[in-house]
Design a protein around this ligand. Structure first.
Ligand code: TMP
Ligand code: MG
Length: 242
């Protein structure tokens, strides 16, 4: 069996540098004459992607379940072409994937459940604000379901950055999920996702320091991918598991 192209995903919080790094990586692959393609989720160009874009810009309101399913449907739209490209030997670099889908949706909480609001007892005395994580709006296992069976990445690079650092970067706050509290919960959820991916043993999950200088991050990415993108992958493409 001939080798197939590697499926490499870059994940992280908003403003963690994913898109910049994905573009740098694809240029490097092209300069090295390695057949490769850059894709991004959400893909805002499709009809489903346009609905997602409008939701993220807060131009439309959608039920939390519905938007979650749209994000997943947006991946299913491209799933067969991803498989085809990989089998043809093309490396796929993918800016966000199902892991973002799980982490961003499973970290949503009701606005009234935001922590730190002091509550008052029936006798009128104040209860100190708690820092307990509020209950999620969508169960974690429900959030995982729609992406089950999608092609699984061979390698996921998580660009780790502290939410307080990300929130200082230019452009932060422009879209719906770009607030520090949500990003903090997203980062915790990504840790859970990472543990599960590692336990499944289907693809590799690597955490890289996204807080370094651009070029240092690019180099750390290159040292993780260079072998697999040059040599291709021997085994069959995996699937996202339940
Ligand atoms: P972007 O900034 O990479 O274009 O992503 C847009 C936002 O959508 C970002 O806050 C992450 C979020 N997101 C989800 O909530 N679910 C998903 O499935 C994906 C791919 C992104
Ligand atoms: Mg963003």
């Amino acid at each position: 069996m001939s080798k197939r192209g590697a499926f490499v995903v870059i994940e992280g919080l908003d403003r963690s540098g994913k898109s910049t790094q994905a573009e740098t990586l694809i240029k490097r692959l092209q300069a090295a004459d390695i057949p490769s393609k850059l894709i991004k989720f959400p893909d805002r160009s499709t009809p489903i992607g346009k609905l997602i874009d409008s939701y993220l810009r807060s131009e439309t309101e959608l039920d939390d379940h519905a938007i979650h399913l749209l994000f997943s449907a947006n991946r299913w739209e491209l799933a067969s072409s991803i498989v085809k490209d990989l089998e043809a030997g093309t490396v796929i670099i993918c800016d966000r994937y199902a892991f973002s889908g799980i982490a961003f949706s499973a970290s949503k909480v009701a606005p009234s459940a935001q922590p730190d609001a002091p509550t008052t007892t029936p006798t009128g005395s104040n209860i100190a604000p708690t820092h307990k994580t509020p209950p999620p709006l969508l169960p974690y296992s429900w959030c995982r379901s729609p992406d089950v069976s999608l092609p699984a990445p061979d390698l996921t690079l998580f660009l780790d950055i502290l939410p307080e650092v990300a929130s200082q970067r230019a452009g932060f706050g422009g879209e719906r999920y770009e607030n520090q509290e949500h990003q903090e919960r997203v980062r915790e959820l990504f840790e859970r996702v990472a543990e599960e991916v590692e336990a499944e043993g289907i693809g590799k999950w690597v955490v890289l320091n996204g807080g370094l200088e651009l070029q240092e991050v690019s180099e750390s990415i290159w040292s993780e991918v260079k072998e697999v993108v040059r040599q291709g992958v021997e085994g069959e493409l995996g699937n996202v598991k339940r």
